[in-house]
Design a protein around this ligand. Structure first.
Ligand SMILES: Nc1nc2c(c(=O)[nH]1)N[C@H]1C(S)=C(S)[C@@H](COP(=O)(O)OP(=O)(O)OC[C@H]3O[C@@H](n4cnc5c(=O)[nH]c(N)nc54)[C@H](O)[C@@H]3O)O[C@H]1N2
Ligand SMILES: Nc1nc2c(c(=O)[nH]1)N[C@H]1C(S)=C(S)[C@@H](COP(=O)(O)OP(=O)(O)OC[C@H]3O[C@@H](n4cnc5c(=O)[nH]c(N)nc54)[C@H](O)[C@@H]3O)O[C@H]1N2
Ligand code: SF4
Ligand SMILES: [Mo]
Length: 757
């Protein structure tokens, strides 16, 4: 590195661990990170960080983090050179392709890829090179329902409205707990602080959650809903608003709506009285909440994990925006608004206001015929696709930054199926529950050794912000950046051979991006010369994700258009602004944001209207008060399945407990020292009990991402505090049929006491 490496310097970098994207100020002395704190000058986070932010240091220096490739020899992973690893991969993958075809290679892309510039720019290159439709990702245990409903309504899966947190006066939040999670599909560093500011300016926060989460505790009102019934509650709120008369709609929104009469008619059966027993929320409260939303000077409804990971995830996600429309608050200051991402997105390309629209079911999965959504199949169907013989059976898996063995439903079945694979590659920083199955594990560099820009998450931000970070620490000699690993894998799987330089793949990737932009009449480089643009991009010597990012920024809504727009943004400008650039609060985007064929908001997509009939059937089910149902939860000091090897985060009391209401505990003869056996249709596990009033009776809660007990892993801290894997209990047969999302909440379980500790 440069001469500054011998002295102390402060580097600024965005934290990539969660969606908040906080700015970090990282002190480096002699190329050693000494400490990390919040960057007070960050334009978005203004110094806020959570306890995880500073642990990028511990993560970097974690002795268990992989520094060299591993190859499995005689069942044991041993360190290997990159050359050896590529050789084994070429032999393994070409063997499977030659024998069974490309369709027999499955992929699973995990959550950290959404926070990683290399994956955001090169995962798609890898998927194309593999050329199989057997694609899975963490999206189908997470947010895909919201993207499907947004695609259907607005024509682009990037058009997810976010609550205008800093200006709203009323927020109805369902199934989200930003005091622990720091927010999701709503990028807002210091989400808690923004909620408190709303309350301080006289706004109201209502939280719908079966648990009295930390966010519910802070709220002005907590509605303890029965799990899995948010779609019913939202339908009844919309029903109330429609029955009262939609005169708030005025011409502004009215002009953009297609299907208003249909949706109003389809919601007619969902009166507050009809849903009260099922949701556990009385009719008067539902009516009052509906009217408060309508009468507030501004309001927004926001739903997250608790609304998405249920059997009606897509329908609930749609109804969130139906209510936002019915109160007149969609695309309005203080309501639910669309970001205008600086690096562009699906709703900034091609002609504004109208487009091809969005469809699901362009293909169907082989075994259970699940419809494709966003180019992938349900993660819950991965095991059956591996187990079931026939054409297209998955024989090899490529997993990039994912831990499906802990993160996806019926883990035990999935683990068994992985044993059956002919070949597997994992790109991962740890040897953990999933990568232990891999024949080859390829380690990317640490979070501090790469550049960063939140291409995905800034698409859902509450302000239009851009922030680029340069690597804080250099790569070690011979170490590969993650994009180089993905490019090399792409070259190998496409048959180009292990000697192919990643830069060849990189040149193809940038070339195809430039090609499509110069053909897009709405692009600021429409009609420009391909070679000229590539030459200008390459002047700086940048390659890989940075060169691609520069192109996306320059052709984005605030971009310089390669000279066409004076003072427009470029990567160079962001490098000169290490605390980021704030392009201001969100502004209304209708109708330009739309990409539907009609040029209108499709408020009554046929598949969603049809799904209301399925929803209506659930009202026939008698509410069984004796049936316990399981929901999940998150803790601030944890991050899905993979930050458990950081001692400072996991130390202290056990957080992987089964929370239970005192009434249920006494009924079951369980006290605070008990261990219980929890059983679902698919599996059972033992867990320590935590008795608490902060949960609805009839509901129990276990966090996910734990259960670090498998042999052949090497995460010593995590193993010492293993916890149990809640996805042993979640059922792979239960999915949201529209998006393929897993049902991870509202799992029927039996709980019995086994012992006193
Ligand atoms: N500390 C920490 N932060 C994280 C993560 C993490 O693991 N740890 N993970 C990150 C990721 S990948 C994501 S997607 C986001 C998720 O961010 P959030 O959506 O905020 O996720 P959770 O904190 O799990 O909050 C979900 C809430 O839904 C409630 N719930 C369960 N079932 C239902 C239901 O049927 N209806 C309703 N209304 N509520 C229900 C749960 O009790 C819980 O309080 O968090 C991100 N941030
Ligand atoms: N029951 C239940 N299950 C859930 C949830 C729930 O609420 N309840 N939440 C779901 C949600 S929202 C999500 S997003 C999923 C997450 O599901 P996954 O993405 O499958 O799991 P993660 O725990 O995020 O695992 C990430 C993996 O990436 C590795 N990794 C970390 N950083 C990098 C990197 O920079 N590069 C690479 N190549 N690898 C890296 C880690 O070591 C780890 O192995 O879990 C889901 N599972
Ligand atoms: S809130 Fe999220 S982005 Fe901010 S420091 Fe914590 S983990 Fe990092
Ligand atoms: Mo997630």
């Amino acid at each position: 590195m440069n001469s500054a490496s011998n002295s102390e310097r402060v580097a600024f970098r965005t934290c990539p661990l969660c969606e908040a994207g906080c700015g970090l100020a990282i002190t480096v002395k002699n190329n050693e990170v000494t400490h990390i704190r919040g960057d007070m000058q960050d334009v978005f986070s203004k110094g806020f960080i959570c306890p995880k932010g500073s642990t990028l240091k511990q993560l970097h220096y974690d002795a268990d983090r992989l520094l060299t490739p591993l190859i499995k020899r005689n069942g044991v992973h041993v360190p290997a050179t990159w050359q050896e690893a590529w050789q084994v991969i070429e032999t393994g993958l070409s063997g499977v392709i030659n024998k069974h075809g490309r369709e027999s290679i499955g992929t699973y892309l995990g959550n950290p890829g959404a926070h990683n510039l290399s994956s955001m720019t090169f995962n798609r290159v890898l998927l194309q090179a593999i050329g199989s439709r057997q694609r899975f990702s963490a999206s189908t245990v997470d947010q895909i329902p919201k993207q499907v409903s947004s695609g259907m309504m607005f024509g682009s899966v990037s058009s997810v409205p976010v609550p205008d947190l800093d200006r709203t006066q009323y927020l109805l939040m369902l199934g989200a707990n930003p005091y622990e999670s720091n927010g999701s599909l709503c990028t807002a560093p210091d989400f808690p602080g923004r909620l408190e500011a709303m309350q301080a300016r006289g706004g109201k926060l209502v939280v719908v959650d079966p648990r009295k989460s930390r966010t519910a505790e802070q709220a002005d009102e907590w509605l303890a809903i029965r799990p899995g019934t948010d779609a019913l509650l939202l339908a009844a709120i919309a029903n109330t608003l429609a029955s009262d008369g939609l005169n708030v709609l005025e011409q502004r929104l009215h002009n953009y709506l297609n299907g208003l009469a249909e949706v109003v008619a389809a919601l007619a059966p969902f009166t507050p009285e009809a849903v009260a027993a099922s949701t556990g929320i009385d009719a008067a409260t539902i009516r009052r909440i509906a009217r408060e939303l309508r009468d507030a000077s501004s309001s927004a409804v926001y739903g997250r994990i608790g609304t998405c990971t249920t059997a009606f995830g897509t329908t609930a996600s749609w109804l969130v925006d139906v209510v936002n429309i019915f109160t007149g608050n969609l695309d309005r200051v203080g309501g639910a608004m669309f970001s205008l991402p600086v690096a562009g997105s699906g709703n900034t390309h091609s002609a504004p206001g109208r487009g091809k629209g969005f469809r699901i079911g362009r293909g169907h999965s082989r075994v259970s015929k699940h419809p494709e959504a966003l180019g992938e199949y349900p993660a819950a169907a991965m095991a059956e696709e591996i187990e079931t013989p026939g054409d297209g059976q998955i024989r090899a898996m490529v997993v990039v930054g994912g831990n499906p063995i802990l993160s996806t439903p019926n883990s035990q079945r999935l683990a068994k199926s992985f044993e059956q694979l002919d070949f597997m590659v994992s790109v991962d920083i740890y040897l953990n529950e999933t990568s232990r199955f891999a024949d080859v594990v390829l380690p990317p560099p640490s979070q501090l050794q790469r550049s960063h820009y939140d291409l995905a998450l800034l698409t859902f931000a509450v302000r239009n912000v851009a922030n680029y970070s340069e690597p804080v620490l250099p790569l070690a000699p011979g170490q590969l950046d993650e994009w180089e690993i993905l490019a090399k894998l792409s070259a190998i799987v496409s048959g180009a051979g292990i000697e192919t330089d990643p830069s060849v793949i990189d040149d193809l990737a940038i070339s195809s991006l430039v090609q499509s932009a110069i053909k897009d009449s709405a692009s600021n480089v429409f009609g420009r010369d391909h070679q000229e643009l590539i030459a200008e991009l390459s002047l700086s010597g940048r390659r890989g994700p940075d060169r691609i990012l520069d192109f996306l920024l320059r052709t984005g809504p605030f971009g310089d258009g390669f000279g066409a727009v004076p003072n427009g943004v470029t990567l160079e400008k962001l490098i000169d602004s290490p605390h980021g650039i704030d392009f201001g609060a969100l502004e209304p985007r209708l109708p330009e944001v739309l990409r539907t064929p009609s040029g209108k908001i499709e408020i009554a997509p046929p598949q969603l209207i049809a799904d209301l009939a399925r929803l209506l059937l659930t009202l026939k089910n008698k509410v069984d008060e004796s049936q316990l149902t399981l929901v999940g939860r998150r803790h601030l000091r944890s991050n899905n399945s993979w930050m458990h090897n950081i001692e400072v985060l996991v130390k202290g009391k056990d957080r992987c407990t089964l929370q239970m209401h005192p009434d249920d505990a006494s009924r079951l003869g369980v006290d605070k020292d008990s261990k219980v056996l929890v059983t679902s249709r698919v599996g059972s596990l033992e867990a320590p009990v935590e008795i608490t009033e902060a949960i609805r009776s009839g509901v129990v809660s276990l966090p996910h991402g734990w259960g670090h007990t498998m042999e052949g892993t090497n995460t010593r801290v995590a193993t010492a505090r293993a916890g149990v894997n809640s996805n042993i209990l979640t059922d792979e047969k239960e999915i949201d049929p529209l998006s393929g999302n897993s049902v991870l909440n509202g799992i029927p379980v039996k709980v019995t006491r086994i012992s006193h500790n």
